[in-house]
Design a protein around this ligand. Sequence first.
Ligand code: MN3
Length: 252
Amino acid sequence: MENFKTTRKNFIKASALIGIGSLTLGAKASSFLSEPNLNAPLILPQTDGKFTLPALPYAYNALEPFIDAQTMEIHHTKHHQAYINKLNEAITLESTLQGKSLEDLLLGLSAVPEKVRSMVRNHGGGHWNHSFFWKSMKLGTQMGTKFSTLATSSFGSIDQFKANFEKVSMGVFGSGWAWVVLQDKQLKIMTSANQDNPLMDANKDNKRVPIILFGIDLWEHAYYLKHKNKRADYVSNFWNVVNWDEIEILLK
Ligand code: MN3
């Protein structure tokens, strides 16, 4: 297992560019990015042609009582590992993918050869989303001023922001994610089905790539052992485990 590698420096650069409203990625959709992208908050590289399971930055019981240790352990060692295994199968099947970071693969998804594209989408998305999700959680942090200022200007108040996020999360049908992103100097709430995420093909047509601040896994495997069918309880409890310190770093 290897540790997370963040692109803090790149992120600072991206945030500065967003600040003057001019961030677009120049990469062509038809080819993979040749440079690290400016605004992925997490870069997951291959090691010897394989992606590997990142260590959790805390113990399995670190998010108790809001997310239980058994859920965390199964989620990390079984579900997350399974996405990585399938993603590595895709890399084996298509040698042009070897050596690419996961962000490059996802940002240029439509350029991934078709025979493995859905594998990269589903399992590469699964690897990225879970790696980012683990980093987005920590017990006992407080919302910082950068985020609260943005939430107030974007949604009217913190309570309105939270209510919106919970409503959107409850509205995701089946399995998927809800995301909080910074785009055009505004906080936005986005959703994605399955293991899709806002990075996928975000460099296509020079679209402005949203900066992902955090997301919530809305698959039943993320909450069923503790909350059973009550997604609302899981979502309302999620505020207790958001890693606000990390979000302030992403907003610097
Ligand atoms: Mn999951």
